[in-house]
Design a protein around this ligand. Structure first.
Ligand code: AQP
Length: 350
């Protein structure tokens, strides 16, 4: 075997990668782009919370991603802290998981560049999220186009086995897997190839006013979105005013009846019952909406309570994020060094 020409070390071996303990490593993130909503909760947070005891979890406020569209500089820092408080409000335990801010760990940006050099223009051009977000914008930032490379960097830096995300992130996850496998084939086994974990029900919660579009922090009207911190009256009002249709029949048919199907799917995710069973219990929209509002109010009540606790002390939140960044950087720096060496970059001697 030929040794590395400069370091004298052996080239990175081609073998199945296991770079951490036997526990499954989990990574996921959320952008600080606005108030978190029911889609974020059912698509991502609930899975994060469910797996936090048996997995080694890294959860990140991905603030660098939020720069890919217009943002308000004066609000970003506070929104970042608030998003982290919402992670805990949703049920994450600070002693069990590593919680940090993406821009605090500089390896993310550096790894993103290495991966941009391993992904093609054609692949990035096919990303539907890019097409949707770029549509109708005057000036599209280059960062919006290369966003998936940064997301791949986020995931691969932590030797991640599982990435719990909503359905809208499936395509980015596929690209991450492709890039990891391509890199491993070209430069030697370097990255763990991650799996997406998408929930069965409510993987794509739709906007309550425009049910053919996904519920989103930055798009759609406030009435179309249930925020994580909405109180009982707001939740009830938004569900009551949710768009359905005029035929009055409760049945699950996302193509023909997107509004009522969205409500049924949310109910199924909240109660754990199969969607067909939920649908069979109702004859009228009114009673479905009333029960759904009640179930959501009950589900979100503890979230609001925990939010009060964690948002009341931003100093403590900032300390927690500092500790998280140290722990994350210790893992990320090793993976980055491995990738740089594999690509043949000259290492420093000191
Ligand atoms: N509507 C949704 N249904 C299910 N899951 C969803 N997620 C987002 N919207 C829904 C999941 O939430 C996580 C965090 O998403 P993000 O902050 O990275 O951004 P996003 O996917 O682009 O979500 P938003 O809310 O629509 O943000 P903006 O408006 O800023 O683009 C991800 O796991 C996502 O799948």
């Amino acid at each position: 075997m030929i040794s590395h020409p400069v370091s004298g070390r052996l080239p990175v071996p081609r073998r199945a990668a296991t770079y951490h303990s036997a526990m499954t490593r989990v990574f996921s993130g959320v952008q600080p782009t606005g108030a978190l909503h029911l889609g974020n909760y059912l698509g991502a947070f609930r899975q994060w919370v469910a797996g936090q005891r048996e997995s080694d979890c890294y959860f990140c406020v991905v603030d660098l991603h939020s720069l890919t569209v217009e943002h308000e500089p004066g609000e970003l820092a506070a929104l970042t802290l608030d998003t982290a408080a919402c992670f805990l409000a949703a049920g994450l335990e600070p002693d069990l998981v590593t919680l940090f801010v993406q821009s605090h760990v500089h390896e993310h940006a550096e790894m993103a560049w290495l991966l941009e050099c391993n992904v093609s223009f054609g692949e990035l051009s096919r990303m539907t999220q890019f097409k949707e977000k770029a549509a109708g914008r005057g000036a599209v930032k280059a960062g919006l186009f290369t966003y998936p490379a940064l997301m791949a960097a986020d995931i691969l830096l932590y030797d991640t086995d599982r990435v719990p995300v909503g359905d809208d992130q499936r395509q980015h996850l596929e690209l991450t897997r492709d890039v990891a496998m391509r890199f491993n084939n070209r430069y030697g086994e370097t990255f763990v190839v991650p799996e997406a974990a998408v929930p069965e029900a409510a993987a794509r919660v739709m906007d309550l006013q425009a049910p053919t579009q996904k519920m989103s922090k930055s798009e759609g009207s406030p009435l179309g979105r249930i925020d994580l911190l909405d109180g009982p009256e707001e939740v009830t009002q938004k569900i009551r005013r949710a768009v359905t249709d005029t035929d009055g029949e409760v049945s699950y048919d996302p193509d023909r009846k997107p509004g009522v199907s969205n409500l049924l799917e949310i109910m199924s995710a909240v109660t754990g019952e199969p969607v067909a069973e939920v649908a069979s219990r109702y004859q009228q929209y009114g009673s479905l909406k009333a029960d759904l509002a009640e179930a959501l109010v009950e589900m979100l009540q503890p979230v609001r309570k925990r939010y009060e606790l964690y948002s009341s002390d931003p100093g403590e939140m900032a300390n927690l994020l500092e500790q998280g960044a140290d722990k994350a950087a210790a893992v990320a720096s090793k993976t980055l060094a491995r990738a740089k060496e594999a690509m043949g970059l000259l290492g420093r001697t000191a």
